[in-house]
Design a protein around this ligand. Structure first.
Ligand code: HEC
Ligand code: HEC
Length: 448
């Protein structure tokens, strides 16, 4: 028992039973929360919400049987993710080897971009943690590698079976039954026909989309050949240094990135002091009255469904968009081609969002309090989304200002793992600066 509980019990004994219900609620926030978690959990157990340590690979869920996690793969994937040396398919010579996956997925910012829209090839500069990256004036808008949606965080991907806002990658999970549209709207989704988990499928796509290359000669010159040999000794040499093996390594690394040092996770493991009382009250609202758990229900608090909550798209938020018509605004419907899926987006995970600064797929909100208030009022903001399409669970919650504050505190700090830098290497084998390696970024980062 911690000293606060002890104090409450003393107060409780002192004032007797005159105010019993209130005292129980205030003195036993932990018991109340445990009860709420048990009720909402899909297994009926509180443990459902706890993440594994990440070191015991066998405990990590949703692995691809064709790509079990191993230490050599994780070590290689970790380096490749930050390696600018593989950025060798740039549109212009001057940009070769100046960007990486991490250009848009910074560990310091919950593995998102530092801007509403990440820029890799075709960008220059870094500013402070990516906020100062701009278009290279030698590129025209259409040549720049930037997407029509806010980057998703690459944390807790062990719970993501169908990556991207529209869930279009992966042969399983929510994509069972969508076989006829694989390869239709996005030719790269034809990879789903190879019976792959979503991560292995989408990372191969990401390496292509983000203009990176993997081949024997390049791996020799950067120094990665031995790491590939170690991680993929069972793969024939002719197939060993490819986008696919690189994708396997990065996917293995991704599955180990878990926000398991967040206060809520520690609390679930029995450290009842890890969360403040305010966070506990906010958590209780999340799993009960506020109904968040109706959609966000997993250890990462993502959800295996798509929902239309009527938020604005990236091009409606006054931002410079390079590819307005890339189909992303249609959400799940852009992938399945079904009218009933139009404007539905994935239910994203909720850890380590407080430093991101741009929320929803179109980055229409700047703070988590604004997001919570949006769900509280439940007034759709995007006129493109007809009212009959809005999810029935998106409805006014009538939370008081204090409750909105408590819920915000739970998401901002109760779900914040302060140590994500444990997933960042000190250096990569090329010795290049990362996440970016263009002269202006190097200057901004103070990197030689
Ligand atoms: C130019 C910025 C940019 C770069 C570079 C980039 N990403 Fe992303 N990433 C995004 C955006 C934007 C999304 C969301 C796109 C969408 O869903 O339509 C995303 C989504 C993802 C997702 C899906 C996460 C989820 O929860 O569904 C994964 C996985 C991912 N990226 C991995 C990578 C890898 C691996 C690389 C390097 C090969 C990479 N990214 C490089 C911008 C980028
Ligand atoms: C009807 C299902 C549903 C309910 C209920 C719901 N959410 Fe969500 N949530 C979503 C979807 C879908 C998105 C992504 C929407 C988009 O960007 O188009 C989202 C996005 C978010 C985001 C932004 C994440 C990011 O990366 O930008 C936060 C934070 C969030 N929800 C918190 C909450 C909280 C807190 C509650 C309860 C008050 C709640 N949600 C209730 C479906 C839901």
């Amino acid at each position: 028992m911690n000293k606060f509980n002890f104090l409450y019990i003393l107060i409780f004994l002192a004032i007797g039973c005159s105010n019993e219900t209130v005292e129980v609620a205030e003195t036993d926030l932990d018991t109340t929360l445990l009860h709420s978690l048990k009720k909402s959990s899909l297994t009926g157990e509180v443990d459902f919400y706890a993440m594994p340590s990440g070191n015991e690979f066998k405990d990590i869920p949703n692995q691809d049987p064709k790509n079990p996690i191993t230490y050599p793969k994780v070590a290689l994937g970790n380096l490749l993710f930050f390696e600018t040396g593989i950025g060798m398919k740039a549109k212009k010579e001057e940009s070769m080897a100046t960007y990486s996956c991490s250009s848009c997925h910074l560990p310091e910012l919950g593995f998102t971009a530092g801007r509403f829209q990440g820029i890799a090839d075709g960008g220059i500069g870094f500013g402070h943690l990516g906020n100062g990256r701009t278009i290279n004036p030698h590129y025209d808008g259409t040549e720049v590698d930037a997407q029509g949606a806010r980057p998703l965080p690459v944390v807790n991907l062990a719970y993501v079976r169908n990556p991207l806002w529209n869930g279009s990658f992966g042969s399983f999970g929510m994509n069972v039954g969508t076989e006829s549209v694989w390869g239709v709207a996005d030719p790269l989704t034809s990879i789903n026909h190879e019976n792959r988990e979503g991560l292995e499928a989408v990372v191969t796509r990401a390496l292509i989309t983000h203009r990176q290359d993997i081949n024997k000669e390049l791996m020799d010159s950067l120094g990665y050949t031995a790491l590939f040999d170690n991680a993929f000794h069972d793969v024939p040499v002719s197939e060993r240094y490819t986008l696919q093996t690189a994708s396997h390594a990065i996917s293995a690394y991704f599955r180990t990135i878990l926000t398991n040092q967040a206060p809520f996770q520690k609390w679930l493991r029995g450290e009842k002091n890890a969360m403040s009382d305010k966070q506990k009250r906010g958590a209780n609202l999340f799993f009960t009255k506020a109904g968040c758990v109706n959609c966000h229900n997993s250890p990462s608090l993502n959800g295996q469904r798509f929902a239309a909550v009527g938020v604005k798209d990236l091009d409606q938020n006054g931002y410079l968009v390079y590819k307005t018509n890339d189909g992303r605004n249609k959400g799940r419907g852009g992938f399945t081609q079904k009218d009933s899926d139009l404007y539905r987006f994935k239910v994203p995970e909720l850890y380590n969002l407080k430093d991101v600064g741009f929320y929803f797929h179109g980055a229409s909100k700047k703070s988590l309090r604004e997001v919570v208030q949006y769900f509280n009022l439940a007034i759709p903001e995007n006129e493109r989304v007809e009212s009959h399409r809005i999810d029935s669970q998106f409805r006014p919650l009538n939370l008081s200002d204090i409750e909105v504050d408590e819920l915000t505190e739970f998401i901002s700090n109760g779900l914040f793992d302060p140590n994500l830098l444990r997933y960042k290497p000190y250096s990569t084998y090329s010795g290049n600066c990362f996440p970016n390696n263009d002269p202006l970024s190097k200057k901004d980062m103070g990197c030689n």
